[in-house]
Design a protein around this ligand. Structure first.
Ligand SMILES: CC(=O)SCCNC(=O)CCNC(=O)[C@H](O)C(C)(C)COP(=O)(O)OP(=O)(O)OC[C@H]1O[C@@H](n2cnc3c(N)ncnc32)[C@H](O)[C@@H]1OP(=O)(O)O
Ligand SMILES: CC(C)C(=O)C(=O)O
Ligand SMILES: [Mg+2]
Length: 515
């Protein structure tokens, strides 16, 4: 039987500490339900003494969220322990987590006390916490920079006072994996009552080692990892839950431990945390980043199409990602194009791959990603010529000020004939879009609108990216101009031209079927 490693999620405590705006009570409740679906063992959900709102949030989660033990954080101070104990009263399983710093640096400069004083405060706090629950965790803050002998003294005293979990945090993300493992071994071998407690680790990512340190600690005998979804937390963040959980799942053969995490819930939880916490996930983030299961180069795509595990060590579905993604770019090869066209219902006899690939590369070099509708257009028109576009921008005039609604006039050459319309809106971009809608007679739904500066300083160009929906399909338009309204209008006109081309492709397809 393999050992279980407990997963202690602290997204709603340490993770929340890093946010620009604290989470509301409702946000916390929603996320607490999501985190409990991951089947974590313990959820640290706040610091009840810190504010009335945090006290209420912890109290509500304790009453409403079933499954994991609900935990609150408290300094080794009487009023913190009472606040924590009171807030957790409604929980089926409750844990009080109390802590005090033990490193010489923190003792001297922050707490301004000796290790003996800190030890006495810890003993008092743990004994007080035990009046509320049998499940008390004690942390030696900044353990990573604390001499091993000092850690042994305070840990032994904490266990004698009634702590059943001992956490040794690398609070400032300073230590290396071998040093961290050595610390865990030292504590296991030199604290006489250590068998009465579970050893826990809590790593920060200042040097990018939080996950590696946590795994090294597990290999040295730690049996609880403290972590957060997407690795959010103070400064560079905490150890990421999804990464350690998947390391222990995918490398059980080597690590010989397991967790109870329901990995299929990971992606959903990650997206909710990113959204509610307003902390986007970087695209290349392991496990949950947008590119974690995306393949963009021809050799990789060919490999994955032949056998998925050539370039995927885990199936995307294992972490709740619906499927992998094969991006078509100028680094793609013929195999992926053929595969995509087969998925779209084409047979090899419908196109000449060599000439299609040539057009594909030309387009991919020009615009980056090639979409399905581009491929189809290439089949029907062989190549895409901008001069054939139905809608060509002639001019845009927009005016706005802080006191009245904005207005815009747009002129578009439609099959060579100038059409112009004026409209108003909440801002000049909206007004211009309404004017375009009037000219084209078609309403599109803007799903995403992104504005970026290309270049430096005030002379930089505005780049607008629009994802718009029309008739169930999505279209991507990009516009670049010194004026951001013009960039927006150019991006939108691109969308209308893509819709026009898709409509032409679809009527050609029907004619071909009929004839
Ligand atoms: C490593 C970590 O992540 S620890 C958790 C960090 N999280 C937070 O700090 C979020 C919640 N914190 C808060 O709301 C506030 O800081 C409070 C309510 C805890 C305290 O607020 P204040 O009383 O105004 O104190 P302030 O935050 O300015 O200073 C902290 C005080 O706690 C002391 N302290 C710090 N850690 C501990 C501890 N573990 N045990 C006892 N006292 C401690 C400090 O020495 C300082 O004491 P001093 O006032 O005697 O100098
Ligand atoms: C409170 C403790 C566990 C902490 O967050 C840290 O040391 O980083
Ligand atoms: Mg921390």
């Amino acid at each position: 039987m393999q050992d279980k490693v407990w997963i202690f999620d602290t997204t709603l405590r340490d993770g929340e500490q890093a946010l620009k705006a604290s989470l509301t009570e409702e946000d916390k409740i929603q996320l607490a339900h999501t985190i409990s679906r991951l089947n974590v063992d313990v959820m640290e959900v706040g610091f009840p003494v810190s504010s009335p709102a945090d006290f209420r949030a912890v109290q509500r989660i304790a009453a409403e969220v079933k499954g994991p033990a609900i935990c609150g954080l408290a300094r080794a101070v009487s009023k913190d322990i009472d606040a924590c104990g009171e807030a957790l009263k409604g929980a089926e399983q409750r844990r009080i987590h109390t802590f005090i710093a033990t490193s010489p640096l923190h003792l001297e400069h922050k707490l301004r006390m000796s290790l003996d004083d800190a030890t006495n405060m810890a003993i008092k706090a743990i004994s007080q916490a035990r009046k509320y629950t049998d499940d008390v965790e004690f942390s030696c803050e900044d353990a990573g920079r604390t001499p091993h002998a000092d850690l042994c003294r305070i840990v032994e005293a904490a266990i004698n006072a009634g702590a059943s979990t001992i956490n040794l945090p690398d609070t400032v993300g300073y230590v290396t994996p071998d040093e961290y493992a050595a610390m865990i071994y030292h504590i296991r071998n030199n604290v006489p009552n250590i068998d009465k407690a579970r050893l826990s680790v809590h790593c920060h990512n200042d040097l990018g080692l939080a996950v590696a340190n946590s795994i090294a600690a597990v290999q040295a005998g730690a049996r609880q990892i403290e972590c957060t979804i997407n690795g959010i937390g103070e400064r560079a963040g905490n150890c990421s839950l999804e990464e350690v959980a998947m390391i222990m799942k995918m490398r059980q053969d080597h690590l010989k431990v397991h967790t109870d995490i329901r990995s299929e819930e990971i992606y959903r939880a990650s997206r909710q945390v990113a959204k509610i916490c307003n902390m986007p996930v970087q695209p290349n983030k392991a496990i949950v980043g947008e590119n974690a299961f995306a393949h963009s180069s021809g050799i990789h795509q060919d490999g994955v199409l032949k056998a998925q595990n050539t370039y995927e060590i885990m199936a995307p579905e294992t972490v709740g990602v619906p499927s992998n993604q094969l991006n078509m770019t100028s680094r793609s090869g013929r195999h992926v194009i053929e595969h995509r066209l087969t998925e779209l219902g084409y047979q090899k006899s419908d196109y000449d791959m060599d000439s299609l690939y040539e057009s594909f590369l030309a387009l991919a070099d020009q615009k980056g990603t090639v979409y399905d509708y581009d491929l189809e257009a290439m089949i029907y028109f062989n190549q895409i010529k901008d001069k054939d576009e139905r809608y060509q921008l002639q001019f845009v005039n927009a005016s706005s000020n802080s006191q009245s609604i904005a207005s815009a006039t747009v002129g578009i050459a439609l099959n060579g004939e100038l059409k112009q319309e004026a409209a108003t809106g909440n801002g000049p971009v909206e007004a211009a879009f309404v004017a375009i809608e009037r000219i084209t007679g078609m309403a599109v739904e803007v799903v995403e609108y992104n504005l970026d500066a290309t270049g430096k300083g005030a002379s930089s160009l505005g780049q607008v990216d629009i994802i718009a929906k029309f008739d169930g399909k999505q279209y991507h338009g990009v516009g670049l101009a010194a004026d951001i309204v013009e960039a927006s209008v150019r991006a939108m006109i691109r969308v209308y031209n893509l819709i026009d081309r898709a409509q032409k492709v679809s009527s050609l397809k029907q004619q071909r079927k009929a004839g």
